[in-house]
Design a protein around this ligand. Structure first.
Ligand code: AFP
Length: 341
């Protein structure tokens, strides 16, 4: 680490001096970042830490509110984030993708003005195969006058987020953060134990030749998505007039990180398999925080029909179709949906 490098702590203090965040939000981000360092250590130990695999098996398997088998690291990461955020006095309540309902801060601690939502370990199908996973988080204001928040208090559109970010546990551990004034990237210096600013004001290239989608769902997609991806695959011989490449990690953090770094479009559209649920990805824990980060980096995010950040949530675990990334390409995908009505 050079003498001129900017730690996350320094970055946040400077944001506070510039009146872009207050001390409580600064503390909140620091506490989440510290929890992510602990999760990073657990993820990094892999099989040596005894944390791979599912919680229970067969009829004893632990199933979360999403109907998915819980991994040991899902549970551990959730516990780390819950414990780290309980006592600081900056939060009024928490909600996690792994828990059925929201949790107010326990009575024995002071309560603050913020609500924190998180997906403790996104991409958990990749844990056991040593592929990047990550933590995603979103911060909302607790409604005025509410001291004991319930689920309904969390149901605010993505435009109401005051901060959002993710931490990716890959070859390096990287925290990507917005407090509403650009999207910034910090890399964990493992020897020092500190996040260091490595990209200020990330910008997603407007044009791209790269798309990310789970192609195995193709036959289940609706006609506009079929038409859109069909034209991408035709490449230079089709109406788009250029060849496209495809990438799919199945960890949203990894796919979005690539897009924030070099452009691209990420999509998880509505398909016949997930139509009754409204989509595959969770609005409050995945789509909203990622959409804010992407918009703050000059990209766009849509359901195909509506700006994602303007979707009014109807439940904590609501799901939505997602198209996000390079602006021109997201607009192209939305165009196919508009044409189909
Ligand atoms: P898990 O955390 O259950 O593995 O889900 C990951 C995820 O929500 C998102 O990170 C991926 O982009 C997407 O699901 C992968 O979905 P498919 O497994 O259907 O490709």
């Amino acid at each position: 680490m050079s003498n001129t490098s900017i730690s996350l702590t320094r970055f946040l203090i400077e944001e506070q001096r510039a009146d872009r965040i207050n001390p409580d939000l600064r503390l909140l981000v620091e506490v989440v970042a510290r929890a992510c360092k602990t999760i990073s250590i657990a993820v990094g130990k892999g099989a040596l830490g005894g944390v791979l695999g599912d919680v229970g098996s067969g009829s004893d398997a632990s199933i979360n509110v999403q109907g998915e088998a819980q991994k040991k690291l899902d549970v551990l990461s959730n516990e780390i984030l819950m414990e780290a955020n309980a006592w600081g006095g900056h939060l009024a309540g928490l909600a996690s993708e792994e828990m059925d309902t929201s949790h107010p801060i326990p009575d024995k601690y002071p309560r603050g003005n913020y609500l924190l939502l998180f997906d403790p370990l996104d991409g958990s199908s990749n844990i056991d195969v040593n592929v990047s996973v990550g933590t995603i988080f979103s911060v909302l204001r607790c409604p005025d006058g509410v001291t004991n928040p319930v689920d309904a208090d969390f149901l605010q559109p993505g435009t109401a987020q005051v901060a959002a970010g993710y931490c990716i546990y890959g070859p390096s551990t990287t925290l990507v953060l917005t407090v509403g004034h650009g999207t910034h990237c910090f890399t964990l210096d493992r020897e020092v134990g500190s996040f260091v600013l490595t990209a200020r004001g990330m910008r997603i290239p407007e044009e791209t030749r790269e798309f990310a989608v789970n192609m195995s769902n193709q036959r289940h997609w609706e006609p506009p998505m079929q038409a859109y991806v069909g034209d991408l695959l035709l490449g230079s011989e089709g109406p788009r007039g250029k060849d496209f490449n495809m990438r799919w990690v199945a960890s949203m953090v990894a796919d979005v990180h690539r897009i924030l770094t070099r452009g691209g479009i990420f999509s998880y559209p509505l398909d016949r398999k997930s139509a009754d649920k409204g989509g595959r990805l969770r609005l409050m824990y995945e789509a909203n925080p990622m959409s804010l980060l992407v918009e703050q980096a000059g990209g766009a995010a849509s359901t195909g029909h509506q700006r994602l950040l303007e979707v009014q949530p109807t439940g904590l675990h609501m799901r939505v179709p997602v198209f996000l990334g390079s602006k021109t390409e997201v607009e192209a995908a939305v165009g196919y949906h508009a044409k189909a009505g």
